[in-house]
Design a binder for this molecule. Structure first.
Ligand SMILES: Nc1nc2c(ncn2[C@@H]2O[C@H](COP(=O)(O)OP(=O)(O)OP(=O)(O)O)[C@@H](O)[C@H]2O)c(=O)[nH]1
Ligand SMILES: [Mg+2]
Length: 389
């Protein structure tokens, strides 16, 4: 009799010979062997090779998919899983994030410099500072630009400039200044990177785990990571959340549970791809589709993410900017309760298993704790469904 591992190999080989499927990232294909085995051609080849009903099927990994709108934190959670359960980031892998960090820094200073220019503050600047603004704007406009030491020195000098700090101050707080909306379209962790621009520009700079977790790089592919937790095989799938990426959400293969991610700070943000649409309302619509239409019979774990940023933001911006019916004021606990209610009230099947977790995806300790409870939920669910619970 064939061992499960050999059978798994034969099933996969039979499938990839026929379809030309290449193993993806981390040595896994995008489909579990169990779903491949259901295909007639694979079953046929399996029979020819001598694997039949008497073979004990290998345990298929529990597949968890990360869904949610753009920038809510899916890839950050995926990176945390890679750090915690897979091999982490080798030097080579870590260096792959350097261009993203450079791009993010340049983009941030470009956004701030534009505001300095458009608000008339440029006129009051010294000639050398005006030249710095021009150089930063030209570099950020060029798709190939890298963060040279000279450019980093310009950014550092501008970052300490009074006009730039004034712009940042006006954009902070409620984002309202003299009755105008002064918010800046900056990445969440822009300040973190701007404060260390010179270090980042040094030759041979190797990003730390924290820097990798904090950089923004929109997902354009489907990534998977395989690992073992609680003696069980898991596979987590990460897909892009921006509108143009969502056709890729039509995943094949058995999904064990959905981790739906929403950033709590979204109540005061609009989509990058549609500035007329509030991000939190878009997330609730997507949750409705995932919960009630696409995965009605799957457990859903809702991550209300960016708790760290939300706790700061809610002190300045009332949740009623998004939901006028909310009367709880700038209080984190009450605002959270209201957001939780907004999500749970749209679930049609009142018996559906929904678990809600408040998370800070950039915090390794918080994520380790949360992820362990997710694996427990999934395993408990599985036992219940198989009649052993
Ligand atoms: N401070 C803080 N930043 C976070 C948190 N979660 C995610 N971020 C940051 O938010 C930005 C976007 O996170 P991603 O994980 O890339 O978002 P995503 O959902 O994968 O976005 P798409 O790939 O476009 O769908 C990154 O800069 C992250 O570091 C959090 O809990 N706290
Ligand atoms: Mg992503």
């Amino acid at each position: 009799m064939l061992t499960p591992a050999v059978e798994e190999q034969l099933v996969r080989r039979a499938h990839s010979q026929r379809k030309g499927v290449r193993a993806r990232h981390n040595g896994t294909s995008s489909l579990p062997a169990s779903s491949l085995r259901r295909r007639p051609a694979v079953r046929r080849q399996c029979r020819l090779m001598g694997c039949g009903a008497s073979v004990v099927a290998p345990e298929a990994p529990k597949q968890l998919v990360l869904l949610g709108g753009g920038e809510c934190g899916k890839t950050t959670i995926f990176k945390q899983i890679t750090i915690l359960h897979s091999s982490g980031f080798s030097d080579e892998k870590a260096m792959e994030w350097v261009p993203s960090i450079h791009r993010s820094l340049l983009r941030s200073m470009q956004v701030v410099s534009r505001r300095v220019r458009d608000s008339g503050k440029l006129e009051a600047m010294l000639p050398e500072d005006k030249e710095r603004v021009t150089r930063v704007l030209e570099a950020a406009d060029s798709a190939t630009s890298t963060l040279t030491a000279a450019l980093a020195a310009d950014i550092k000098s501008l970052w300490e400039n009074a006009a730039v700090q004034e712009v940042m101050h006006e954009a902070d707080a409620s984002g309202q200044h003299d009755g105008r909306d002064m918010r800046l379209d900056l990445d969440d962790n822009a300040l973190f990177f701007l404060n260390k621009v010179e270090e980042i520009a040094k030759p041979g700079f190797r990003p730390s785990d924290e820097e990798i977790l904090k950089v923004r790089d929109p997902t354009r592919t489907i990534e998977t990571v395989d690992f073992q937790a609680n003696k069980t095989k898991f596979r987590v799938i990460d897909v892009g959340g921006q509108r143009m990426e969502r056709p890729k959400w039509n995943l094949t293969g058995e999904i064990t549970a959905v981790i739906f991610v929403c950033a709590l700070t979204e109540y005061n943000q609009v989509l990058r791809e549609d500035v007329k649409q509030n991000r939190l309302k878009e997330s609730i619509n997507l949750f409705d589709i995932a919960c009630n239409r696409r995965y009605p019979d799957k457990p859903i774990i809702l991550f209300l993410n960016k708790l760290d940023l939300f706790e700061e933001q809610i002190k300045k911006v009332d949740l009623n900017v998004c939901f006028p019916a909310y009367k709880g004021g700038k209080d984190a606990k009450r605002a959270l309760e209201f957001i939780r209610w907004k999500f749970t009230s749209i679930i049609k099947d009142k018996d559906k298993d929904i678990y809600i977790k408040e998370t800070t995806a950039t915090d390794p300790k918080n994520m380790e704790h949360i992820l362990n409870s997710v694996y427990e939920i999934v395993l408990r669910q599985n036992l219940t469904q198989s009649g052993f619970g």
